[in-house]
Design a protein around this ligand. Structure first.
Ligand code: ZN
Ligand code: ZN
Ligand code: FE
Length: 735
């Protein structure tokens, strides 16, 4: 039996079922999953085989059952046997799972021996992926190896009828991990109860670093402006919205508007951060998510979170503990050092985190929720491929990196690594790949990578010897990821809009209309090309894109628009206009992300950005839902759009109106361009389609034109989905 069947209570379940039906035999975990033999009355065996997959435990995902009839051996009863050594590991390690209701009840029950024990877990919940060091999934190969179970825990672990039978992270206050409270300098505070002290510090407005499942969070009261503003300032003036943790669903409903799909996500065992529209009057400090109509909210997913939230009694900011673009801290010494300037206190524990896993993020839309970051709670569950892949590694892109290993119909997309620009992320990229290669026994024969020679992921791929290399164009990978996820092997037209990706002609692509399938594509259209003045600097300074678009539409010496007059010096404006004309250090780009930047800058929303895409996020936030007009755009030539924006802004139009007309114009033009091809299926992907307004409106226009619309589901439309797309393309090309 194959699938996610280890560490999920499968063997005790089989034991119970066999016992109930009076069957003899055995069950064991092996390298491929679970192996079992049963013997007894034919009818009982038949009933067993029927019920086995149907009544499997909640965390199990049975993918394949193979059966072979055997001669009866006269086995006396039913046994759970030891895992044999050796062989090829192929069993599936399950993702970390939120505390189950049984464990939560024990946590809150004063009579239970685990009352208020922050590490309670069982075979149905608790840490998995983040504590696994190798397979088979057994305690010695987890970070729980150093804790020797007390007799009471051992008895649970050994009893097939117990909920904790072979629960590898099983622990209690007598034998398991414990909390500690540490000061920024590293001095341990031994007086008092660490949790109580941390709660008091939070309630007094302090910032506390909290060690969680996949890394550290920085926590503070969400409703306390002073605390949130201090956290923002200490995190190097971080400008991204902070995630919140609410005590329960009722508390979450007071913060954001939730539909049934979002509530299911919030309370599900994956527990992602759900981005949803903020409720008017939500008690949240202004600095939590400045200029955003949305809030990102999650519910407690570890027993420690449950205790913390219940004791504090109000929502907390729970943001990844890192400094600007560094990855989330997860190793204790490193966290203490890196976070010392940010946190007032550290609430830590002694269960090591083997693999860092950031919180996953999904965004509510009118259709299915959109994955923005797929990591903790989802990884390493496999994503299926619609065709057989040789053992392969796909290295992904540079930003929001996540690698992917594949074999056969399975693709294991790794945890969110982040931007590969620094030593720390590169290390976790390399270690992550090695770890996954061992966990899933993939010895890559094919290595897929982006075409960009400077991406560290590409360099890593090309350093690997004795393998077949497959370069995959960035936007083709975006499109292929969406096609493969939907099991689509035919052709489609894809509108792939993102920040940047290297094109086959050496230009910086990003507003592409592609027709093709997994095995290839043709570029049938693209946004009007403009200069990217000063290259990378244009990403941090959206006003440069406004200048580039004006040079393209009104002429080589555009006037500085009044909306930018206060923020951009006339000399710099003229200088950048000259760059656009000469092309010096200014590659040509068809980027849709940069078009959003230009429009945001033109209507005075944002002239400089703290992170890539900030201007676009804020432009979307401004969209006036009452406005139904649209700017002209011929197919996807945005020059008339820019002229219309300029005219509207000059006549004093509200930014909300400009934003609405721009979104609607782009949505219509995109749908029209897709419909003008002979394809019946359209793919919408690329990071720009994290924009809910654009995604929903383009989808509506495409459907009205009679096209079938595919958009990413399990994987994000941004570069986090690239490696899976590369894997699908490589599989199509080499098989
Ligand atoms: Zn549990
Ligand atoms: Zn114990
Ligand atoms: Fe991209």
């Amino acid at each position: 039996m194959e699938g996610t069947v280890q560490g999920v209570g499968f063997r005790p379940y089989v034991h119970r079922l066999a016992g109930e039906l009076g069957l003899a035999g055995f069950v064991l975990n092996d390298e491929r999953g679970v192996l079992l033999e049963v013997e007894g009355e034919a009818a009982a065996v038949q009933a067993f085989l029927e019920r086995l997959p149907r009544e499997a435990p909640p965390l199990a995902a049975v993918e394949r059952v193979s059966r072979t009839p055997l001669e009866p051996t006269g086995e006396p009863g039913f046994a759970i046997r030891e895992t044999p050594a050796g062989g090829e590991p192929d069993a599936l390690v399950s993702p970390d799972s939120a505390t189950c209701s049984d464990c939560l009840a024990e946590l809150l029950d004063p009579a239970d021996r685990r009352h208020r024990y922050p590490f309670v877990n069982c075979t149905n919940c608790g840490p998995r992926f983040t504590i696994v060091r190798g397979v088979p999934y057994d305690r010695p190969l987890t970070t729980m190896a150093g804790f020797k179970m007390c007799p009471a825990c051992q008895a649970e672990y050994d009893d097939p009828a117990d909920r904790r039978f072979h629960a590898q992270p099983n622990a209690c206050p007598d034998c398991g991990p414990s909390l500690r409270l540490v000061e920024p300098g590293g001095r341990e505070l031994s007086a008092g109860d660490p949790l109580e002290e941390a709660v008091a510090a939070l309630s007094a407005g302090n910032v506390v670093a909290v060690k969680g499942l996949g890394g550290y969070h920085l926590a503070c009261l969400a409703g306390e402006e002073g605390a949130v503003a201090a956290l923002r300032a200490r995190k190097h003036r971080e400008q991204r919205p902070f995630a919140l943790m609410a005590r329960d669903l009722h508390a979450a409903r007071e913060l954001v508007e939730l539909g049934p799909a979002e509530e299911a996500l919030l309370t599900g065992r994956e527990r992602p951060i759900v981005i949803a529209p903020r409720r008017p009057g939500a008690r949240v400090a202004a600095s939590v998510a400045p200029r955003s109509p949305d809030l990102g909210v999650m519910l407690p997913y570890s027993p420690l979170h449950h205790l913390l939230l219940a004791d504090v009694g109000e929502a907390l900011v729970m943001t990844s503990a890192n400094v600007s673009d560094e990855p989330i801290a997860y190793i204790d010494d490193d966290a203490l050092e890196r976070l010392a300037p940010i946190a007032d206190l550290f609430l830590v524990h002694d269960r090591p985190i083997h693999v860092r896993a950031d919180d996953s993020v999904v965004r509510a839309t009118s259709g299915p929720p959109l994955s923005i970051r797929r990591s903790r709670g989802y990884v390493p569950a496999p994503v299926n491929l619609p065709l057989d892949a040789p053992p392969l590694l796909a290295c992904g892109a540079e930003q929001k990196n996540a690698f992917c290993l594949a074999r056969g119909r399975r693709a294991w997309v790794g945890h969110h690594i982040g931007d590969l620009g620094n030593w720390e992320t590169l290390r976790s990229f390399r270690e992550g790949i090695e770890h996954f290669e061992r966990l899933f026994a993939v010895r890559p024969e094919v290595v897929a990578h982006d075409l960009h020679p400077e991406y560290l992921s590409t360099k890593h791929a090309l350093e690997l010897e004795g393998v077949e290399h497959v370069g995959v164009q960035h936007h083709h990978a975006h499109m292929a990821a969406c096609l493969a996820e939907h099991g689509e092997l035919g052709t489609a037209v894809g509108a792939i809009f993102d920040g940047t990706g290297l094109g086959t002609d050496g230009a910086v692509w990003g507003g592409e209309l592609l027709v093709g399938s997994l095995s290839g594509f043709e570029r049938v259209g693209h946004l009007w090309p403009v200069r990217l003045p000063g290259g990378e600097r244009a990403i941090r300074e959206p006003w440069r894109m406004a200048c580039a678009w004006l040079v393209e539409t009104v002429g080589p010496e555009p006037d500085l628009p009044p909306s930018l007059a206060g923020t951009v010096a006339p000399e710099r404006w003229a200088e950048v206009a000259r760059l656009c004309v000469s092309g010096t250090a200014s590659p040509v780009t068809t980027s849709a992300g940069r078009l959003f930047d230009a429009v945001a800058a033109l209507c005075g929303v944002r002239s400089t950005a703290g992170y890539e895409g900030q201007a676009a996020v804020e432009l979307e936030a401004l969209v006036d839902p009452a406005e139904d007009g649209a700017y002209p755009m011929s197919l996807i030539d945005a020059r008339p759009t820019i002229l219309a924006v300029l005219e509207d802004v000059a006549s004093g139009a509200e930014p909300g109106r400009v934003a609405a007309r721009f979104h609607e114009g782009l949505a219509r033009a995109t749908a029209e361009a897709c419909a003008s091809t002979a394809e019946a299926t359209a793919v919408l992907s690329g990071g720009v389609f994290q924009n809910r307004v654009l995604l929903e409106r383009t989808t509506a226009h495409l459907e009205a034109a009679g096209l079938r619309v595919l958009r990413p589901l399990a994987l994000p439309p941004n570069d986090g989905g690239i490696s899976y797309g590369q894997a699908a393309v490589a599989a199509a090309l080499v098989s």
